[in-house]
Design a protein around this ligand. Structure first.
Ligand code: CUA
Length: 333
């Protein structure tokens, strides 16, 4: 009855079955109540208008039947909504005992998905999603079809909110505590995943996909992700998967949220406060791990700290990559 582009997409979450029917029930109860109440108001306003002929002061002040009616009918409707809602909400929020657990971390401005049992980490930045799409690989959060999944979410910085409309799932993720969400996808496909809590400049870009795949494809995905994880870290991939490109350009352009990283190594940087610093390995390391320590003049102190988020190997590989940006044959371009 409603346009697909306006309404939520078709629900593909077995655990959320019934919630759409409850939503429509509440919607129609509300619409009918609105029509009845407004209709009665208009009808009374016309019937008892000032110029109408009737004996004022003779109107009844109490009607037991009406009082009972407008108390009992809403109570029954609210009782139905309560029982129905409690049943569906419980089914949606209590994960089945055999649910697969996936850790979700929101961070300005991308999602990280950890599969603790497999030891696999997926970082769903726009760059990684584009690369996976080009390579024909599943994007974003990859889950098997028909398997209950329990998401355990938290945030590395501010409040984000994980919103998967096709699953009817929306849950805030917060710094310093965990929240959970549960679903069981019924159909293979690719579904939108949004951040639904305004979290800064690139909030609207904090989008990725949920790729629901067959159980065989899921095993293959886990195996190939493990194989990648066994390779020595590659700085360019870490740059792409850690969200760096969201703010830093690697070309000489300026105007990004953070400074351009082109031909950075060996450069003198003006800092907020007037001093300047020579960009060497230690400055790069400090600026990744603890970006507030030395902020470049003209930029805000907004970069999230990556201390503890990259392994020693990854940090070193990233610094090697940064040193090489814009450098060819040993000279800065
Ligand atoms: Cu994260 Cu909005």
């Amino acid at each position: 009855m409603f346009e697909r582009s306006f309404w939520l997409p078709e629900s593909v979450n077995r655990l959320a079955q019934g919630s759409d029917e409850l939503f429509m029930f509440i919607l129609w109860v509300t619409v009918i109540s609105l029509v009845v109440v407004l209709g009665a108001m208009v009808w009374f306003a016309i019937k008892y208008r000032a110029s109408a002929a009737f004996i004022r002061g003779a109107a009844p002040t109490h009607h037991l039947g009406l009082e009972v009616l407008w108390t009992v009918v809403p109570t029954v409707i609210l009782g139905v909504v309560f029982v129905w809602g409690t049943r569906d909400y419980t089914r949606m929020s209590v994960p089945p005992a055999d649910a697969m657990e996936i850790r979700v971390t929101g961070q300005k401005w991308f999602w990280t998905f950890d599969y603790p049992e497999a030891g696999v980490r997926i970082q769903a930045t726009p760059e990684m999603d584009a690369k996976n799409e080009a390579d024909g690989l599943p994007m974003g959060l990859v889950v098997p079809v028909d398997v209950p999944v329990r998401l355990v979410g938290s945030s590395a910085d501010v409040i984000h909110s994980i919103f998967i409309p096709a699953f009817r799932v929306k849950k805030d993720v917060l710094p310093n505590r965990y929240t959970t969400a549960t679903f069981q996808a019924t159909e293979v496909g690719e579904y939108d995943l949004f951040c639904a809590e305004y979290c800064g400049t690139k909030h609207s870009g904090m989008i990725t996909k949920v790729s629901v795949v067959s159980q065989d494809d899921f095993s293959a995905f886990i195996e190939s992700s493990k194989a990648v994880a066994d390779q020595p870290p590659d700085g360019a991939s870490i740059f792409a998967s850690s969200g760096c490109a969201g703010c830093h350009s690697v070309t000489p352009s300026s105007g990004g949220i953070g400074p351009s990283l082109h031909a950075l190594y060996g450069r003198q940087e003006e800092l907020v406060g007037g001093e300047s610093v020579m960009v060497d390995e230690n400055y790069l390391r400090e600026s990744i791990e603890n970006p507030m320590a030395k902020v470049v003049a003209g930029y805000g102190p907004i970069m999230p700290a990556y201390v503890g988020q990259l392994s020693e190997d990854e940090l070193t590989a990233l610094i090697v990559y940064l040193k090489g940006l814009g450098i060819e044959n040993g000279a800065a371009l």
